[in-house]
Design a protein around this ligand. Structure first.
Ligand SMILES: [Ca+2]
Ligand SMILES: [Ca+2]
Length: 212
């Protein structure tokens, strides 16, 4: 018993040493608007904003209007998008857009910032998280997206409208989700130590199991 206890102490010390060299949280751009988004200038059928598997074969790939970095700096790699009518179309004044993406691990923080000319309703996995109808072009955001994200496939969808009766035909939409992941992947030596520790712990646990 003494031997097992001292071995466990060793494992704990190894685990502590390994934890100390793991890098801190890593900032990342989780999602941004670009040409890979699917868009349509005509109102879609029900399910477009809450069904991951919604059929978008009749939709277009987004048309890129400009780089957001030109206005907000290099931290923003999102691109402003619209349908193929472009930024000044007089016939395509509303945009429905969606993107699915996979989260292999949940981030420890996630925020959304977007710019819509002029108004927007935005859903994440079927939850309405932004509803902006002030009639002017402005930036909108969600400080904490974690309650809406899920492991595996995620869906983000928005409907944007141009207030052309007041300001003329000029429209655009962009968004970017920034997040942090728990920690960088440990270096190989650290990983080897941690795995050795886990194996030792498992061996001790197996030995401690009462016989069936
Ligand atoms: Ca607005
Ligand atoms: Ca406008």
């Amino acid at each position: 018993m003494t031997r097992i206890t001292s071995r466990l102490g060793g494992v704990a010390a190894l685990a502590l040493a390994a934890a100390a060299v793991v890098a801190p949280a890593r900032a990342d751009i989780l999602l941004k608007t670009d040409a890979t988004w699917k868009v349509t200038p005509t109102a879609p059928a029900a399910g477009w904003n809450d069904a991951v598997g919604f059929d978008t074969t009749s939709w277009q790939s987004a048309t890129v209007l400009y780089e957001v970095a030109d206005y907000l700096g290099p931290a923003y790699t999102a691109q402003a998008i619209w349908s193929s009518g472009g930024q000044f179309s007089s016939s395509e004044t509303a945009l429905w857009a969606r993107q699915t993406w996979n989260l292999a691990a949940l981030p420890i923080s996630a925020t959304l910032l977007g710019g819509f000319d002029d108004d927007v309703d935005l859903w994440i996995n079927g939850s309405l998280v932004i509803s902006d109808h002030n009639g002017v072009a402005n930036n909108v955001g969600v400080a904490d997206l974690l309650p809406y994200l899920q492991l595996g496939d995620n869906l983000i969808a928005f409907a944007a409208t141009d207030n052309y009766p007041v300001y003329g035909y000029n429209h655009a939409a962009w968004l970017q989700i920034d997040g942090q992941h728990a920690a960088a992947v440990p270096e190989p030596e650290t990983l080897a130590l941690m795995l050795a520790g886990l194996a030792a712990t498992a061996a001790v646990a197996r030995r401690r199991k009462p016989p069936r």
